[in-house]
Design a protein around this ligand. Sequence first.
Ligand code: AMP
Ligand code: MG
Length: 325
Amino acid sequence: MSIISKDISKAIQLLTEDHVVAIPTETVYGLAGNIYSEKAIKAIFETKKRPFFNPLIVHIPSIETLSNLVAYVPKKATLLAEAFWPGPITLVLKKKAIIPDLITGGKDTVAVRVPNHPTTLELLRQLDFPLAAPSANPFSSISPTTAQHVESYFKDAIKMVLDGGACTSGIESTIIGFENDEPIIYRLGSTAIEDIEAVVGPIEIKNTVTEDSKQDTIPNAPGMLARHYAPKTKTILTDHLQDTLNTYTNKRIGILAFNAEIENAQIKAQIVLSQNGSLTEAASKLYDALHQLDTFQLDLIIAEKFPDYGLGKSINDRLLRATKS
Ligand code: AMP
Ligand code: MG
């Protein structure tokens, strides 16, 4: 029997009984548990095979509930929360003692956001505890953007996936921390940097991955390992699909293109993310395309580099991490 269901009251019951439930958000599906339940939080780490140093994002129903969890909110954090919540921005703030160490990897900060998904907002409003919810995928694999992706990863290792349809943003939230009250981007994501700068001014980005980045063991900001979001199939990233393709012969190749199809006898599968060149549409379809390309027994996936602005920057970050081995 499928674990996929739209029954919010069943999700509430399971979460209240310390179980984990996969939940929809606008970014990707999350593997959710009560932040105050050691049993639920340990089950999240075990189910994902996620290292304990990697802290979790806490999901709350509204900006008003933030002060229960954090000790201090810099002015620019308030501006960002007011501008973007509910939405795909996570704020890393000084935590209150009530937040368990297991959630924060022992750090004195906690990552918090209000997700913009009607089903999950309803769920959060009805629960009397916040939900920790990392992406509902095994550690370092492609993030799930449909209930079916989650089910195929975990089968009956979890009791329920709350079905909220396909995720509309499709890549993870943008994570923002504060140093001396100034915002810093720790992870590029579904909110474009230009939109953030329109609210708080110029902003620095930390933890970008480059072509030369090696797989690090302990990342300087937890969770930002170079290899991440990766298909099982070897994947490379290029500025020129056709030129790169021409360097191979007799291979089974999958193409992930931005807005135009290309031709070559080696191409066994090809996905164009947005025919009309919309970065928003491309972001929403990115992970599903990688999931699909991974099913064709290809020798290689060649992904096209995106324009380096707006959500294109975030997509390139994910694609680059997908190429690390
Ligand atoms: P996800 O698996 O998409 O939910 O990713 C959660 C990520 O949030 C972590 O891997 C970290 O990169 C980030 N994060 C969570 N809590 C903190 C924190 N206290 N300080 C810095 N980064 C954090
Ligand atoms: Mg993740």
